[in-house]
Design a protein. Structure first.
Length: 304
C-alpha cells in the first residue's frame, strides 16, 4: 500500500516533430504512438514514460504509480473528506496505464495516480542503462508555482508522501522535496520566480557516472551542451550522503522544458527525520553543487 515513484509526465511542446528530434533522435526514447497533436514515448518497454502534447511548453499533467486500486480508494477517500474534487477513470490515456485517479494540487497542477495493470508495477524505477546513453526511466519531477511551499507540503503529506528536505532562504521556506518511495525524493516544489512558470524540470533516471559520460558525449556529438552539471547536490553543506545529495545534469529541450538526469539517490526509512536548512542567497551555488561553485544563472530564474 502507498505511492511509488513517478510513472509518467505529459509536457507541452510547440511542435511534435521538432520535439522528437530531441527526445527520440538525441536522447534515444522510443516512440510508441504518434498523432498530429501528441506522441507517447518510452525509455524502454511498452508503457509510456513521457507524452508530448502540442501546445507551447510546460506541464500538462503527471502521474505517480500505485500498486492496486486499494491505493486509489484510500487517496480518493482522503480527498472526499477534505472536499477536494477528484475523478476515477479507466486508464486509457496512454500505453501502460491502468486504473487511475486524477485531481489538482493546491498549485493547480494535475496529479494522477495510476496502477500499471497486470503486467507491471507502476512507478518502479529501472536503473539499468544497459551500456547505452538512453535514460533508464522516469525519476522525479520538480514543480513551480505561486502557492506557498508549506501548503503544498501539507497537501502532499496528507495523501501519503513523506517529507525529505526543506530549504529556506533567510528564514522563508522556498522549496520542498518529498518522497512516495524510499528514494531521496520523488517530487519537489519551489516558489516560482516568474509567476507564469509551472515546471522547473522533469527528471530521467541515470545509472552511474559512466552513463553521464555517454550522455555528455551524445549531447556534444549532436551540437548540444548541458545547462548545469553534471554535479552533486549538497543540501547538507559538506556531506556527500543524506537527503539532498543526488547527482544531476540539466539541459533544455527545444521549447524550454528543462530535463534533469538524476542518479545516486540514497534510500531512507519512512520515519527518517527530514533535513531542514536555512541559507542566505550567496550559499545557493554551494547547495546546488558540492563539487564546484559554478551555477548557471538560468537555473534559479528560468522555468516553463
Amino acid at each position: 500500500m502507498g505511492i511509488n515513484r513517478i510513472d509518467h509526465a505529459a509536457i507541452y511542446v510547440g511542435d511534435i516533430g521538432k520535439a522528437l528530434s530531441w527526445y527520440e533522435d538525441v536522447l534515444g526514447l522510443t516512440v510508441l504512438s504518434r498523432s498530429d497533436h501528441s506522441a507517447h514515448l518510452a525509455c524502454r518497454g511498452a508503457a509510456a514514460d513521457l507524452t508530448l502534447v502540442k501546445g507551447s511548453c510546460s506541464l500538462d499533467n503527471f502521474t505517480f504509480g500505485v500498486d492496486d486500486e486499494e491505493d486509489l480508494d484510500r487517496v480518493g477517500a482522503i480527498l472526499t473528506r477534505k472536499g477536494v474534487a477528484h475523478e476515477r477513470f479507466a486508464g486509457d490515456s496512454r500505453p501502460g496505464e491502468g486504473a487511475a485517479l486524477k485531481f489538482h494540487l493546491p498549485s493547480g497542477h494535475q496529479l494522477r495516480l495510476a496502477t500499471g495493470g497486470a503486467e507491471r508495477r507502476a512507478g518502479i524505477s529501472d536503473f539499468d542503462a544497459r551500456g547505452s546513453h538512453v535514460p533508464c526511466d522516469m525519476d522525479h519531477i520538480n514543480l513551480l508555482g505561486e502557492v506557498e511551499p508549506e501548503v503544498m507540503r501539507d497537501f502532499l503529506m496528507m495523501i501519503g508522501f513523506k517529507s525529505s528536505l526543506n530549504i529556506s532562504v533567510e528564514g522563508k521556506l522556498a522549496g520542498i522535496w518529498l518522497r512516495g518511495s524510499a528514494y531521496d525524493h520523488d517530487i519537489a516544489y519551489m516558489k516560482a520566480v516568474n509567476p507564469a512558470h509551472r515546471l522547473h524540470h522533469v527528471a530521467f533516471a541515470v545509472e552511474d557516472g559512466n552513463h553521464y559520460f555517454r550522455l555528455s558525449d551524445r549531447l556534444m556529438e549532436t551540437g548540444h551542451r548541458w545547462e548545469f552539471g553534471p554535479g552533486r547536490h549538497n543540501a547538507g553543506l559538506g556531506s556527500s550522503t543524506g537527503f539532498g545529495t543526488n547527482n544531476y545534469a540539466y539541459v533544455f529541450d527545444p521549447f524550454g522544458n528543462r530535463n534533469e538526469f538524476s542518479s545516486g539517490m540514497e534510500q531512507f526509512a519512512d520515519d527518517a527525520t527530514p533535513l531542514s536548512v536555512d541559507i542566505v542567497p550567496a550559499q545557493m551555488p554551494e547547495v546546488m553543487n558540492g563539487w564546484g561553485y559554478e551555477m548557471a544563472e538560468t537555473f534559479m530564474t528560468v522555468g516553463s
